[in-house]
Structures are given as C-alpha cells and as structure tokens.
Ligand binder design. Sequence first.
Ligand code: BDR
Ligand code: CA
Length: 312
Amino acid sequence: MNPMPVLLDCDPGHDDAIAILLALGSPHIDLLGITTTFGNCPVEKSTYNTQRILALAERSDVPVATGAAGPLAGEAHIGDYIHGATGIDGPDLPEPLAPQLSLEAVEFLRTSLLAAPAPVTVVAIGPITNIARLLRDHPGVGPKIAEVVFMGGSTERGNATPAAEFNTYADPEALDIVLTSGLPIRMVGLNLSHQALATPEIVERMRAMDHPVGRACADLMGFFGGTYSDVFDFAAPPVHDPCTIAALIDPGLIVWHKAFVAVETEGRWTRGATVVDLHDRLDEPPNAQVAITLDVEGYWDLVLDALDRVGS
Ligand code: BDR
Ligand code: CA
C-alpha cells in the first residue's frame, strides 16, 4: 500500500514533538511538510523547535513553513506554563539541519495541496488558525483535502479553562470555520488523549532504546510530566498529539462516534469549549467522527516502535 500523504500543522510542544517523530517513523505516512503556529510557544519558537526535532531524526528533507503568530480574533494565548520557555524544555536537541521555507504556511499548504496527485490528509495539533485561513481564503483547495484530523476540544471538561481545551480556546473562530467547512473531520479531544499517559514504564521503554531519539523523548516526558503534575495533579503526562497520527496509521486503535460538533465562540465562561452532541439532542447533522476510547497498549506499541525506528 502507498503511504498516506500528510501535511502536519503544529506548535511543538512536547507531545507535538512525539507526533512529528511518530509520523517520520511510520512507513504508512508520507510527511509532505510541516507548518507551524503559535500555541505552546510563540510561532518563531514553534518553527525552530520543529527544525530541531527534524535534526534529531537526521531529516533535512521535510519542508517547514511558518504560519500564524496569533488567532483570527483576540490575543495569542501561549502554553508556556506546561511546555516551558522554549516550548520543548527538557532535552538537549541538535541545531537545525535545514532552513525554513521562505513561503508562509498558508501559501505552502495551498501550493502543496494543488500540486498533490491525490487528496492529502491534513493533521492539526495546535490552534487551528492556519487551516482556517487556508479554507477561508482558498476554498478551492477543499477537494484536495482527504480529511482534517485535529487534536482539540473534549467531550468532557477543558484544560486551558474548566470548559475549554487549549487548542480550541486559543482560536475558537478558526475551529468554527473548519467544523462548518463540510470536509470530513476527525476530532481527537482530551477525553481520548487523557488515556494516552506516558507512565514511568513507557518513559523507561523510551530511555532503554539507548539512542539520542529515545533519550530525548524520555527527557521530553520528564519535563512534561513535571508540569502536568504541578498544574493538573496528573500522575503521568497525557501525550495528546500523537493520537492523531496513530489514528491515521491504525484507525482501529480508537473507537469513534459520529456526532455533531460545534465550538463556543460567545460564552462568558465557556469560550472555546467544544459542544459534542453524542446523544443527538440538538438534531443537527453530524459533522465529525469523535474519538472516544483508545487501545492504550496498542497505541504505545505503535508509538515506541516508530520512535525506535527513527533513532536506529
Ligand atoms: C493540546 O495543547 C497543547 O498543550 C498540546 O500540544 C496539545 O496539542 C492539549 O490540550
Ligand atoms: Ca500541540
């Protein structure tokens, strides 16, 4: 089977870094390029961090384009209280092997999609601003997108606020554009990613790989685990973003539920919260497949295999 062509939009970010490495390490994924956004850190740092993760994987062939510095409306929220001042505090990482593209992210996405021989899967694991700008300003690319898979929202509570998950809180107007685009959508929210915990046993398996990629991932999880313990009282950090890539590689790892999903753009206390109509109470047509349950063991086997492949 030919590998699936994928464009990845991200804000590394500890879990974004693992998602990038998972995509690089999977023979099922053809990573056409990476675009960056503000989110866990300012966008310039997202780009630099992406380039350093690619350098860790000794890959200089994956194009990187810088995107949004802030949301469609309002001010940029930055997740440094979880990801540290650099966005990926913890490991020592190599310097970039290749420069970023001179093209801006939306232009890179547009030209890549138009040039692709077949529809491409778009994965968004930060605030979804770049994808919204693409769809708003270039609606003609729609038929070239196979589906949009995003990490964000929840069927339950939030983390940026009690109601809203970080990525959806950071740019609700952008998510609204994506959710109402009519494109096939898969949503991987906190209700799913909180099942993907990097327990001490998982971190030990990373470190035991005994190569720079395994050690860097273990160090990433060390810092991430510390802030998740301090801020949210979690015993182990939830590794959110790679769940999207895992869903592409093996959709059977996740139980999905087709539902109507909307995002709150008005609420006084609930701005950025996703409304997921699991029991069809709103009588609205479903617009997304929503991730519900994760095969945790299968997920970690898949992720750790890929990380080891990248590092070996
Ligand atoms: C999401 O926000 C960021 O902290 C993570 O990278 C993930 O994309 C989880 O709420
Ligand atoms: Ca992210």
